[in-house]
Structure formats: C-alpha cells, structure tokens
Design a protein around this ligand. Sequence first.
Ligand code: SF4
Length: 310
Amino acid sequence: MYKYIFGPVPSRRLGISLGIDIVPLKTCSLNCVYCECGPTNNLTTERKEYIPFEDIIEEIRHYFNNNPEPEYITFSGSGELSLNIKIGEIIDFLKSNFPKIPVAVLSNGTLFNDKTVRESLLKADLVIPSLDAATEETFLRIDRPSKQVNLQDYIDGLVQFRKEFKNKLWLEVFILPNYNDNMKDILALKEAIQRIKPDLIQLNSLDRPGCIDGLEVASEEILNKIIELWGFPNVEIISKSKKREGIKSYRKDLEEHILGTIARRPSPVENIAEITGYHLSELMKYIRTLEEQGKISSVNLNNQVFYKIS
Ligand code: SF4
C-alpha cells in the first residue's frame, strides 16, 4: 500500500489520473468552510520538506516499475501541496523520467506571491489554483486563512504566475450561497479574474457536507446567473460526480471495504482512511458515488462529517 501516491482514480476534471499527495493530512494555508477533508489542523504558510523527498520518489519509482503508465499525474490531496518545498524537484523528476505523461497541480494559490513557489511549478503542464473571494470580508469568512495570507498578495501572486507560466492555467472558483454569491463579491471576483486571465474558469459547488453546518448547494440557476454576469466566454461548471461504476478503474473491492467499515460504526472519512489504509482523496471519490447511489449518507456532528449506511 502506497502512502503518498493513490489511484489511478477517475478524476472529475482530468479523467483517469495517478494522484500524488506530498503534505500531511490537512496541512494547509487555508481552512475553507467547504473543505471536504475536514478542518485544517495545521494552518500554516511554512514551506518545508514535510515528507522526505526520497520516500516520495521511491514510491513513484516502485509504482512505475510495477504498473501501467497512467494518463495523467496529478498533485492533489488533503492540504496545500506547494507547502512542500520539494514540489519543484518532484515535478522535475517526473518530467525527466516520464516526459510523455502530463503533470497537473491543484493548489489554493495562496503562496504564488513567492517567486520560488512560482518557479517550482513552471514545468507542470496544467496548474489549477483556486480563488473564492476578492473582498476581504468574504475571504476571511469562506477561506479562513492563516494570518500570514494577505488577500491582495494572493491575487497579485496569481496575476504574476499567469505572466510567467506558459502552459495551461485553470482557475477554480467555489460558489457558496450566502457567502460569495452576492453582487458585490461576484463583481469583485470578475475584476480579479480579468487581471489573472486564466485559460479556463471552473465554477465548483458543494456536493457533500463541508466543515460546518448549514452550508447550501449552489443551484444550476445561481451558477448560470454568475456566468451571465461575468460575461467571460471560458467558464465551465464542474459537473457533479460522474457515474464512476462504469469507469475501468472503479474498484468494487474498495467500495465493499468502505461499506464494511462504516457498517460496523459510522465514521468520519479520516477514520475510514486510517482503518482501510486507502488515501483520503481516493476514498472521497468512492464516498461520493456511494452517496449518490443512496447506499450511504452523512451527518454533521460537532463540525465533523460522519458516514453511515443508509
Ligand atoms: S485550500 Fe483546499 S485543502 Fe485547504 S482548506 Fe481549502 S479546500 Fe481544504
């Protein structure tokens, strides 16, 4: 069982992709209210080698020596991956050894005002940073950042990265009703997006409970209204989880392992990951499918989401 790589998993955005996670669970510069991985337990902007570089490389080598090549390699996980100071070296290793496989990086983008962070990502084929708010009040409310994160520096960092990065840049914007779907926030976001100039804007919305109670799902109507107000030609709505059972890499054994675990006791996803040994990001994809099928459901207790058999 690998510790830092997972899948390949059917990703909503990139098809079948091998995941790489290079920071410990919920080590992040933000503590977003909608985070599907639970509350951030290490809220930080400190960059360091959170996981030894050699351990990650060893896993990658082992994977490629024993498995067919994936279609995509995606840095994604349960925290902010650019906090790992070795991210650039890991991308370099992948591009030198597996040059034909595109590399994507999912990031919250808060550290892009740091030149060394921007430089470390230049060899990626696709970078997907996020931006949920361009007004101070809403930024603090929705993303609950570390004190070291300044909103204007954050946006300026995204603008600067766009100027330096020659490959694809998609910007993800998470829409949360009663947080950032009002006119003031939508117009402030529009202004920031005009400065950033991403190749694509992806509107995302809740499809499962976040960290706190009472969050609402943005309807198609709200999302389409925002697209109309912005007037950008390059916006897409991230579709809700696709039917994964039909996908080649869908693993029935993993599904049964999850069902068996929560049948014994309703559990938060972190505990299911610990018990089953599967990676959190991989688990979440199966949990969404099981929820859609009505086989499991979730309850929010003391700001923690528990899964149980329906
Ligand atoms: S940036 Fe991502 S990992 Fe960090 S709290 Fe927000 S949603 Fe979770």
